[in-house]
Unconditional design. Structure first.
Length: 620
């Protein structure tokens, strides 16, 4: 800092925390501090409205540098480079190879080859798939639904037969028998121990990871960030324990594991999740006494969650994935996949894949997020989030260990129950619009309609449970599914029938009627109903006549609380088959209900249940 700047700051007195608190309390004018300013998170801890340097006290990991144990500040010493990954579904090996070469020329630095059938992968086919691809310049990831495939051995043989520098080859397979158990419900005895030959052979490539922990399964089933992290760490510890018992050294076992996390829309929390994950994983591996602390690095591939993506207004998905990609990158992810905005409901297109690639390329080449190691360092807020997430995840991790480890806890049903409880709470928040899905449960596109023949399976959870499953499985789903199914049923009904119309009968107080009409239009448009707003009517009779002329099915009276006592009963007398709805929760609600007026919508409404009820009344 320049000398003149130092002099400038001496003119200002430092402000203590007590002084800040006194000022805040004065400005609240009697409001409850905690209710007004403290954020109570899903993760089990509270977030204060501000943090100061004193809040960094006691965080020992802040004394370490990037690239140093416990790696909370990142795995790299001098930069934040990450791999830009694009997934390619392999149905034809030559076509997949041609596509891989094309995308490598467009900024992709990591390839994810997804196989539907591992039996089709042979030495010859792998050579076709990787033809002309420099495996020293691009990360190669081979993903197969089967856990008994030999992809790792085939890849090592392919590299060994070439003139590659093995130290520079970065690759992975995604063998995850415990993850398969989570989704399918069956775990073959000794499945983890059977990974030993592949791990031993993969030692020929120092940067080749053969075992995957799919934390994204938890995230896409509705878990919280703390749950995703804790369950992933417990699964990783299960692998370490069983592999070392099978004779694999702790260094080799730890270096074989790669974590695959989802990325949600909680921007700062997702940054802190990866930092907390590296901190905790390093401590877990350290407990096994590795020869080199470098074995304790957590390597994370991050993929944008499906959980919060939507079919209606799908271009909003691009906004979601952009902030999610930033979270993963700033958090220090090894590699990132941005799923195309339409990936949840159709085969991705050249356009959607290009946009997904470019989202990362812009962050790398124009925002320069790759230039600074640990870009979050020193942020009082993020450092405290990191510590809070680490504390909560560690407590949950220890609970699982007390139950005998991940597999035992899953067989007991503990993990499923915890995720289901959290998912139910999140579903409730969506239904009450305390958590928003833009374009779906809030501010829908009034003119958007889905065409007939749309695959209805996208509105259902993904159930991969096999016959003879030993346990209840996780069934990934999307938070928007219930709303989308609701709206889709209206779209299909409207193919043969008139689309329901919600008519805003605006009358009386200008401020209230405009605000409540806007609220009500959004409310009913969520179900795909047509909505008609109006400038205002001088009398109830005029408004009712206009509603009937418009062919309204639902008439929403929008006025002030004081005026409802007189206006609503008059409307009820004039309306016949139309459904009368009052916008708001007026003090006279009980009085109106006694007169047969029972439909009210307001900010505390469960919009999902209410709209289902209106659909039923309308015969949808």
């Amino acid at each position: 800092m320049a000398e003149k700047d130092k002099k400038l700051f001496t003119e200002f007195n430092s402000v203590t925390t007590e002084e800040w608190e006194a000022k805040i309390i004065a400005d609240l004018k009697g409001k409850d501090y905690d209710r007004a300013l403290v954020w109570k998170t899903f993760e089990g801890f509270n977030v204060r409205p501000y943090y100061r340097q004193e809040n960094l006290a006691g965080k020992d990991y802040l004394e370490s540098l990037p690239g140093e144990f416990p790696f909370v500040r990142g795995n790299n010493k001098t930069n934040n480079n990450w791999f830009i990954r694009q997934n390619i579904f392999v149905t034809d090996f030559e076509e997949a190879n041609a596509k891989a070469l094309r995308v490598l020329g467009k900024g992709v630095t990591s390839l994810g080859f997804l196989f539907s059938d591992c039996c089709s992968v042979t030495k010859e086919n792998l050579a076709i798939l990787l033809k002309d691809i420099c495996v020293e310049a691009a990360e190669v990831n081979l993903v197969c639904p089967s856990d008994d495939c030999n992809l790792a051995e085939l890849f090592v043989d392919y590299v060994s037969a070439g003139k590659w520098n093995r130290e520079n080859v970065v690759a992975s397979t995604a063998t995850d028998p415990i993850g398969t158990f989570v989704l399918k419900g069956v775990l073959e005895e000794g499945a983890v121990a059977k990974l030993k030959p592949a791990i031993e052979k993969a030692k020929a490539l120092p940067k080749f990871r053969t075992v995957a922990v799919h934390g994204k399964f938890f995230a896409n089933s509705g878990s919280s960030i703390v749950q995703e992290l804790a369950f992933s760490l417990a699964q990783g510890a299960e692998y370490l324990t069983q592999l070392t018992e099978a004779g694999v050294s702790i260094d080799d076992a730890a270096k074989a594991i790669k974590f695959n996390f989802g990325i949600g829309n909680n921007y700062f929390m997702e940054i802190a999740k990866l930092r907390a994950g590296r901190l905790l994983w390093s401590k877990i591996v350290e407990a096994y006494a590795p020869e080199c602390k470098c074995s304790a690095k957590m390597i994370v591939h991050s993929e944008t969650n499906r959980y919060n993506k939507t079919i209606y207004d799908p271009y909003v998905n691009m906004l979601r994935t952009q902030t999610e990609a930033m979270s993963a990158i700033l958090g220090g992810a090894h590699s990132v996949t941005v799923l195309p905005f339409n990936a949840i409901y159709e085969d991705s297109t050249e356009f959607s894949e290009r946009i997904a690639r470019n989202q990362q390329i812009l962050l790398q080449e124009e925002s320069h997020l790759s230039k600074i190691a640990d870009p979050s360092a020193g942020s009082y807020y993020i450092e405290n989030l990191t510590e809070s997430i680490a504390d909560q995840a560690w407590n949950l991790f220890l609970t699982i260990q007390e139950k005998g480890g991940f597999i035992a806890a899953f067989k007991e049903g503990f993990i499923q129950a915890e995720i289901k409880k959290m998912a139910a709470e999140r579903d409730k928040r969506f239904a009450q619009r305390r958590e928003n899905l833009l374009g779906t449960n809030q501010f829908p596109n009034f003119n958007e309609k889905l065409k007939p023949g749309f695959d209805g399976s996208v509105f259902e959870p993904v159930d991969l449970t096999v016959e003879g499953a030993e346990v209840e499985t996780l069934k990934p789903y999307r938070g928007a599914q219930a709303f989308e199914a609701l709206r889709y049923s209206t779209d299909m009904y409207s193919q043969e029938n008139k689309r329901p119309l919600a008519f805003m009968l605006t009358i009386g107080n200008l401020t209230f009627r405009k605000a409540r009409a806007q609220f009500s239009c959004n409310f009913f448009a969520v179900a795909g109903f047509d909505v008609q707003d109006n400038n205002g009517f001088a009398t109830v009779e005029e408004g009712v006549a206009a509603a009937k002329a418009a062919g309204a099915d639902i008439v929403v009276v929008c006025s002030s609380d004081e005026e409802y006592a007189e206006i609503a009963p008059k409307m009820a007398e004039l309306l016949e088959e139309e459904i009368l709805v009052v916008a708001g929760a007026p003090a006279c609600m009980a009085e109106l209900q006694e007169k047969g007026i029972t439909n009210f919508i307001h900010v505390k409404s469960n919009i999902l249940e209410d709209l289902k009820a209106y659909q039923t009344k309308l015969g949808i």
